[in-house]
Design a protein around this ligand. Structure first.
Ligand SMILES: C[C@H](OP(=O)(O)OC[C@@H](O)[C@@H](O)[C@@H](O)Cn1c2nc(=O)[nH]c(=O)c-2cc2ccc(O)cc21)C(=O)N[C@@H](CCC(=O)N[C@@H](CCC(=O)O)C(=O)O)C(=O)O
Length: 144
């Protein structure tokens, strides 16, 4: 059941433009970042209750996806982290396919396994983790 609600664009211009281009072209355009694959996640705002759309690196394994709340190694989590904690049901668009998922934050060995998969897609994640004391959260999205 697709998420419903009022879309509130991101305040990060380049990410907003990529999310909107991706969605408008069914993933035919805006589907990469430096030639690496991107997906678009829709979450429900923890405070606003509005729909938020967030381009993220595509980390997929056996039908599940990981999303990494790296924010380039900033000292704080991205806002969408709090959306997933408050409302774990999200939508993920991968190319032209949009499906519903439930997000759960992973830790320990499971986080390690997914972190390695993510760093294979986007090696900069390892650099981001070196830049900050916070443990960069990883969520696994399981189809529902
Ligand atoms: C810019 C900010 O968005 P953010 O949720 O902090 O996310 C920041 C970034 O992570 C986001 O822009 C990502 O898309 C950046 N980004 C990646 N960001 C990542 O963290 N990881 C990635 O792998 C990643 C890949 C990526 C690929 C392409 C691309 O274009 C961007 C990419 C924003 O829009 N803030 C809003 C609020 C957003 C929000 O969700 N608010 C919640 C409240 C949240 C709370 O409780 O604090 C609400 O609506 O209720 C604002 O300032 O008004």
């Amino acid at each position: 059941m697709p998420l419903t609600g009022e879309y509130e664009p991101s305040t990060m211009g380049w990410a907003r433009e990529q999310a909107e281009l991706y969605e408008r072209t069914d993933g035919a355009e805006g589907a990469t970042l430096r030639d690496r694959p991107v997906v678009v996640m829709t979450s429900i705002g923890a405070k606003s209750g509005k729909l938020r759309k967030t381009p993220l690196m595509r980390v997929e394994h056996d039908g599940e996806y990981a999303v990494v709340a790296s924010l380039g190694g900033a000292p704080h989590h991205p806002a969408w982290y709090y959306n997933l904690v408050a409302h774990p049901q999200v939508e993920l668009q991968d190319g032209a396919v949009k499906r519903d998922y439930v997000a759960r934050e992973v830790t320990g060995e499971e986080r390690e396994i997914w972190w390695r998969r993510a760093a294979e897609v986007w090696p900069d994640y390892d650099e981001y983790q070196k830049k900050t004391d916070r443990v960069i959260p990883v969520f696994v999205l399981t189809p529902i």
